[in-house]
Design a binder for this molecule. Structure first.
Ligand SMILES: [Zn+2]
Length: 250
């Protein structure tokens, strides 16, 4: 029975992931509700029903548009697969608990932000404003330990990120700051600081490797959002264990 639900959560995740791609690409352009059908961004050909099947359609079309043969961004199947795996993992981790709802909401928000940040280097207010009331209510129903950790977390997120923005002058923006306030509510203050530390570490290591590979575009800005999002998910599921493991070293 558990296996059945894991598969259900995975499939739902891939379908939602496909929707998050659309939301992430359209919300910053303000055209979310212009057309309810998906289309190829290169030739504007409307996609047929079978081309909308997550992951599978990408594999069968070998990553190309059926109509104009232009390459379909790898980000689409990546988000579909990641959302599927994360939904399934959230169910394995939490089972049918209230925290599962928080996890699904949190993953959904972060997957959409992954798309907007990688496509437009943007963390849109609309997405944060949509999810934060739900996450806030979930943190009241399914609180952290102690319950007011969400308030400390939000404050720490606000203060630390504001300080970084002031000092770095352009390294991070207001979108990152608002995201960290929401992360603070969900994660509490320790895991929020850990997210920042881990994001900086991932950004330095992976960003460094990317810079080495594409030596020519050294000036091209690299979106930092994907590192924050990866770090936030690791902190959400494993933060407590990693922090206590680290503290036990002293
Ligand atoms: Zn096309």
């Amino acid at each position: 029975m558990t296996t059945y639900f894991i598969i259900v959560f995975f499939i739902f995740g891939t379908v939602f992931g496909s929707f998050f791609n659309v939301v992430g690409l359209r919300v910053p352009k303000g055209i979310l509700f212009r057309s309810d059908r998906s289309y190829c961004p290169t030739c504007n050909e409307q996609l047929r029903a079978f081309e909308l099947i997550p992951i599978v359609s990408y594999i069968f079309q070998k990553g190309k548009c059926r109509h104009c043969k232009s390459h379909i961004s790898f980000i689409y199947p990546f988000i579909e697969l990641s959302t599927g795996l994360l939904f399934a993992y959230a169910f394995i981790h939490f089972g049918f608990t209230l925290e599962l709802i928080t996890a699904i909401l949190f993953i959904s928000m972060l997957m959409i932000l992954f798309v907007t940040d990688i496509s437009y280097m943007l963390i849109p207010n609309k997405i944060l404003l949509f999810f934060s009331p739900f996450l806030l209510v979930m943190r009241i129903i399914s609180p952290l330990e102690p319950w007011y950790d969400m308030l400390i977390g939000a404050s720490v997120g606000f203060v630390v990120l504001s300080a970084i923005i002031l000092v770095s002058k352009g390294g991070m923006g207001g979108g990152d700051m608002k995201l960290f306030v929401v992360l603070g509510i969900v994660l509490g203050w320790k895991a929020t600081l850990f997210t920042l530390f881990l994001a900086a570490l991932l950004g330095t290591v992976i960003g460094g490797v990317i810079m080495l590979i594409q030596k020519a575009d050294r000036k091209q800005p690299i979106p930092f959002g994907p590192y924050i999002i990866t770090a936030a998910l690791l902190s959400y599921f494993y933060g407590e264990q990693i922090i206590s493991m680290y503290l036990s070293l002293f």
